[in-house]
Design a protein around this ligand. Sequence first.
Ligand SMILES: N[C@@H](CCC(=O)N[C@@H](CS)C(=O)NCC(=O)O)C(=O)O
Length: 228
Amino acid sequence: MAYELLIGQQSYSSWSLRGWLSFAPFDIPVTLRKVEIYGDSFFQDVAAFGGHRTVPAARTPDGGLLTDSLAIAWHIAETFADRDVLPSDPILRAEAMSIISEMHDGFTAIRGACQVNLRTAWAGFEPSAAVLADVARFEEILDRAMTRSGGPFLYGAFTLADAFYAPLATRLLTYCLPMSGTASAYAEAIVTHPSFVEWREAGMKETREIARYDKAPLKRIPFPTFTE
Ligand SMILES: N[C@@H](CCC(=O)N[C@@H](CS)C(=O)NCC(=O)O)C(=O)O
């Protein structure tokens, strides 16, 4: 039996994307169950799966119930250590765990002001000083990791750390935030990764847009996919 992962709308749910990217890039079989965040029955639907108020949640093949993205990542790290889900070097692995925790707990300004939206980008967004400070911290993390690894991901090949930072990379693109060359190259590596492409394409088939994520009167421009 495969893992089951409860997710929200694939165009919008940043934590669900982290959940998906904790399985798919490592060829860990997972069955997706989708509910509608901000839908009328969201909390009941999450509870029916066995979760608690938020997505993602996961059911393990042997009956485990995980109600948080960080717990899912830790479980994957423990269970699939042989699939290079984290760096093999113990110090780098500790640093990866540290930045995963920082993502889970921090970056509150950019998370609050720049909701994930994989359907579009917005021209004319004016970031606050706090958002720019979050971008600067993200770039600091990227510089430290990628100077050593050489990229294209934080620790070279895709790891759980990239699963957690992917939605931050897409926010840079959706809100046309000013970014360094390293951040730009990282964002491109994320959105062209096959597991991300699969996720976004499924999201583009979703019909209902979330009104509160509409940034009009900002101008809609295409979300960059780096395919041309
Ligand atoms: N700490 C949770 C946060 C998950 C989270 O906030 N998920 C959002 C969707 S991206 C959600 O379910 N929001 C619904 C709500 O808070 O009512 C985790 O890391 O899994």
